[in-house]
Write a protein that binds this ligand. Structure first.
Ligand SMILES: C[S@@+](CC[C@H](N)C(=O)[O-])C[C@H]1O[C@@H](n2cnc3c(N)ncnc32)[C@H](O)[C@@H]1O
Length: 300
């Protein structure tokens, strides 16, 4: 969903509260991509909540959100388990500070009934929970960025009770958002991104988690795995949050792919990616973007 998130800060207690009430856009030390992801959550809240609405949950369930980030998903999960509890864990202390402030803002502003959301600093690969202690383990748009996705999935299975579920929402890096490039440029961009991914330490495989989700969950000894695709389209004119997210996406694409494009292709690409140019892709009246997600649910 974001630029590679695999280099987070070391774990730290989540209890240190920020003195100021800065929003996520200004949170000190938050990951670079945090405002972009925050904007995405606002712009796609209805669709993401609809995905969460399909999860096998009861009102008193205990839910774990692994790699919770700004805890948007944890808050939506909490609205599904009003008499239960949601625990969000993340390895990044800045992200947990940001999540804490989100929870404070939500508590002050909304009357919607929701379970308490607790936060904890921990690694997905070593969850600080007893075996069989939760009903559903959730991991959204993060599996691909974890250093050891299979270890994380096995940990999720360990902490879920027999009969409970593990649910993973993921995208494939090269197809997460389909944009209306000219077809030849699109193919060149796919190739350039693949070359960039091939230079990563473990190669490109883990950046294609969505298409392998069923196999990954089965390999983690989960049963009766179901896989559901979701697509969402946005057209011009874009609202502020959508634009903020897509601006960030194009910036990231520029950083990753441009070095691998042939000069003529790179010039065309740069003109379409320059927010100051009248050729900027997002300003086209016929602009449209299609988001592709896969949700897999396995039973323990
Ligand atoms: C792309 S963000 C997604 C956050 C959130 N799930 C969402 O959908 O917005 C990836 C998250 O994974 C966290 N993360 C990275 N490595 C981790 C690890 N080994 N254990 C736990 N969290 C990790 C990062 O700190 C970051 O919050």
């Amino acid at each position: 969903m974001t630029p590679d998130a695999s280099s987070p800060s070391p774990p730290a207690p989540a209890s240190t509260r920020q003195q100021e009430t800065a929003g996520p856009e200004t949170a000190p030390e938050a990951p670079d991509y945090a405002p972009m992801l925050f904007a995405y959550h606002r712009a796609h809240a209805a669709e993401l909540k609809a995905m969460i609405a399909t999860l096998p949950l009861g009102p008193a369930d205990r839910v774990l959100d692994v790699a919770c980030g700004d805890c948007a998903h944890a808050q939506w999960l909490a609205q599904r388990v009003t008499d239960g509890v949601v625990l969000g864990i993340d390895i990044s202390a800045p992200y947990l500070h940001l999540a804490e402030r989100q929870l404070e803002t939500a508590a002050a502003g909304s009357g919607a009934k929701a379970a308490p959301v607790l936060l904890c600093a921990a690694a997905a690969e070593a969850l600080p929970l007893p075996a069989a202690s939760i009903d559903l383990g959730w991991c959204a748009h993060s599996l691909y960025s974890l250093p050891e996705p299979m270890t994380a999935l096995r940990e999720l299975r360990r902490v879920v009770r027999p009969g409970g579920h593990v649910a993973v929402l993921e995208q494939d890096s090269l197809h997460r958002v389909v944009l209306p490039w000219p077809a030849d440029l699109e193919l060149a961009l796919q190739q350039a991104q693949l070359r960039a991914l091939q230079r990563r330490p473990n190669g490109p495989g883990k950046y294609f988690a969505a298409r392998r989700l069923a196999t990954l969950l089965e390999d983690a000894a989960l049963d009766t795995v179901s896989v559901q695709p979701f697509s969402t389209m946005r057209r011009a004119p874009l609202d502020g949050d959508e634009r903020c997210y897509l601006d960030g996406l194009l910036d990231d694409l520029r950083a990753k792919a441009a070095p691998y494009l042939a000069p003529a292709m790179r010039d065309r690409f740069e003109r379409l990616c320059d927010p100051g140019a009248d050729t900027y892709l997002l300003d086209r009246p016929d602009f449209h973007a299609t988001y592709l997600d896969v949700l897999a649910v396995g039973r323990r």
